[in-house]
Ligand binder design. Structure first.
Ligand code: TRP
Length: 328
């Protein structure tokens, strides 16, 4: 039996952080065992929220790929490639753009949030509005059955599903309607308790050395009612405890009890947390250093990936053009 397919992607945002890892990447690594996986660097998507400064596209994309490989994405199992190198995505995006209304795209809650956060008002571009259409092209190009994403991407995926259904009904049954695959630990708070995000300056990077991790965890906001050692704490609302749960599983029970009783102070708790995170990341950091010293190995992964991605894309586009009667 052939394995089911997955496609997922990330924009070229530079070095990844623990939130990316917990929300998406760790899941990708596991899914490789079960699915045929395609992982793309969505460099065209990066332009939708800022097209002027493109100087970082290549380097930031490489950092992302290095983190993927370091975290355990295995190019022998999975196809790793860069979106802009597979031109078929542009063709499929154009065709899909005919099949969805602008009103539907304007109703997308993720878009509304961005318009609000970035204070775009009327200044939203045509490409930004079409972000989910490009994403639909990415996913459906590989006829993926499932898409591992973070929660924030669910509205986009809904648009992909609508486009797939519409295409299949209007023309011919070409696309599976893909399912989202959410991780159970989907959200890891940032050091300040907000969503972990580079723009908020509250991240721990996968590439951070132990000293940096220690320094950052020291600044983390804990239970505001626990002021000095002896005060009983509330682990359930503590960011540091959230990290313990994910990265220090053996000590979770004791940490919780000793925090609740007040016996464990935040300073000591943070120290143990930083050590656990650093220990967890040690093998990732080591592999990362190897790839950084051997960029040719990374380029060769991408060269091989784009060949395999193009092959799949050409075969889908043949079906699409045939179903749409561009030839007889
Ligand atoms: N929109 C995703 C993000 O912002 C990136 C992305 C592009 C993607 N194409 C995709 C994710 C296809 C899943 C599937 O992170």
């Amino acid at each position: 039996m052939t394995r089911k397919r997955i496609l997922s992607g990330m924009r070229p945002t530079g070095k990844l952080h623990l939130g990316n890892f917990v929300g998406v990447l760790a899941n990708w690594v596991k899914l490789q065992e079960e699915y045929e996986c395609f992982f793309e660097v969505a460099d065209w998507h990066a332009l939708t929220t800022g097209y002027e400064d493109t100087s970082g596209l290549v380097d930031d994309g490489l950092e992302v790929v290095i983190d993927w490989l370091a975290a355990g994405i295995d190019p022998k199992k999975s196809v790793v490639f860069v979106q802009s190198e597979v031109k078929e995505h542009a063709e499929l995006h154009l065709l899909f753009s005919m099949m969805i209304t602008t009103a539907r795209l304007e109703r997308n809650p993720t878009l509304k949030e961005q318009v609000r956060d970035l204070e775009l008002g009327e200044n939203i571009t045509y490409g930004h509005l079409g972000y989910p259409v490009l994403q639909a092209a990415d996913i459906l190009m590989y006829r993926a059955h499932a898409v591992p994403v973070g929660e924030d991407q669910l509205p986009h995926l809904e648009i992909t599903r609508e486009i797939a259904r519409r295409f299949n009904t209007v023309y011919d049954d070409v696309f599976p309607v893909p399912e989202p695959l959410l991780t159970k630990f989907a959200r890891l708070p940032g050091l300040d308790g907000k969503r972990m995000s580079k723009s908020l300056g509250n991240v721990i990077l996968l590439s951070d050395p132990p000293e940096a991790i220690e320094k950052k965890v020291k600044t983390a906001i804990t239970d505001p009612e626990k002021i000095r050692m002896g005060d009983p704490g509330h682990p359930d609302i503590c960011n540091v405890f959230a990290y313990h749960q994910r990265f220090n599983p053996d000590a979770v029970k004791a940490t919780k009890e000793n925090c609740l009783s007040g016996e464990l102070g935040c300073v000591q708790c943070k120290q143990a947390c930083a050590e656990a995170i650093a220990g967890y990341l040690a093998p990732i950091r080591e592999r990362r250093a190897e790839f950084e010293g051997n960029k040719d190995a990374v380029f060769s992964v991408l060269e091989d990936g784009v060949i395999r991605a193009r092959e799949a894309a050409e075969s889908t586009m043949y079906e699409v053009r045939k179903a749409m009667k561009f030839f007889r």
